[in-house]
Design a protein around this ligand. Sequence first.
Ligand code: ADP
Length: 466
Amino acid sequence: MKRSLRFQLSLGNTLIVLLTVCAISLSARFFIKQQFDRYIISQQSAHAASLASTISAQYGGIHMSWNEDYIHGFGMYALHEGYIIRVTDLDGCIIWDAEHHDMELCHGVMQDIMERIHTSRPETSVQLIHDHLPLTDADGEIIGYADIQYYAPNSSHTEDFAFLNALNRILLLTGAVSLLMAILIGFWMAGRIARPIAAVTGAARDVSGGNYDLALPDHGQSTELDTLTRSIRHMAESLKTQEERKRRMTTDIAHELRTPIANISSYLEAMAEGVWEPTSERLQECHREAQRIAGIVGQLETLHRSEEPQAPLELSSVSVGDLCHSVAASFARAFEEHHQTCRVEGEDFALETDAGKLRQVLMNLLSNAMKYTPDGKDISVSFAHTEKNARIRVEDQGIGIPKEEQDLIFERFYRTDLSRSRDSGGAGIGLAITKALVEQLGGEIHVESEEHRGSTFTVTLPMKKS
Ligand code: ADP
């Protein structure tokens, strides 16, 4: 059966406190009782010694003999207190013996004592103690012996037991109060832990239901709960961004495809209805638009492949100089057409990377440089390296990118206002592909640019792909 976290925490806490209180109470009770019994026995033994010294004091007179009447009276008095006395002289002759005097009374008194102890403290184990004490005269000479028997622990002082009982009651009360306090505090603490967890659970449920705008503040009382709260908030934000990106991408694709499709269908419609002659020029226009659509679809496929996190890399030792020269050479005709010159500068070095992907990165950057640079201006590709990183730069003297748009150009379908006025034929996917490829190669891409002066794209890659 499932129970709430608060209930389980409270229950666990209560059980721990219950066990602790029971353990403390029982052990305290045991040790107090043990100490108390020791104390009573020591009191009884001291009393027996004082009985012996009182008897010793009865020896004397002119005949240096025992005052037997006094010893008899004293012995009877001690018997009622629970002490059975036998006095013998040095020769072992009995001077006075309680058992000898009244066996039945002795038996009765001891029986009473035993019963009283059993009724008042049934858990106590009673023992019969036998003290053999020397009796001395005024000079300290031993004149005989007193054998005193008594049941211990036994006390005729009721305050002794009242004290023990009070102590036990205090112990019980303290235990009960601490248990109650622990339950209340535990319940409150469990609530404090369970409440934010319930809030986070609710938030996670909201997120799974598609509500990403969470009002989920930091709890502020526990690091782990705050980390959990922040993670859920972060998850909601990234899901929201992804959702927005997905939505924007759909509308962007629709937007990019709409124009060429509308152009093709209006051309074909006009030709089918006989309004326009199907001249080779018009058919070529349709073909160009169809190629534009094919280009966008192709780029989308490449983007999808480049963003695949587990896309395999074909690593090899690549000569960066050769690669840059060969990519620049593949644009030679286009540069010529635009009267642009492209310089390739740097000392060749080998880099462990995926040659195909790096070639595509450079192709994209050079193609952009060419598209967005006016005729007659210069473009340059330069490369260098440190022990750890390789750096390749593509620099142009083109239209530039406004500061506030420099981060956005790496997003899919983003085109700056400056470039829209030029009919570059691009759909704004090239740099998104470039960025994804560079990241796959374990590197980074940055842009520095000034409007109407030019842009520099810098690709930094690790010398060895780990
Ligand atoms: P496109 O196919 O439109 O060129 P990209 O993703 O390659 O798409 O580039 C995105 C946008 O970034 C371009 O439309 C353009 O506005 C801007 N851009 C890219 N490269 C340059 C550059 N060298 N000079 C100026 N603007 C550039």
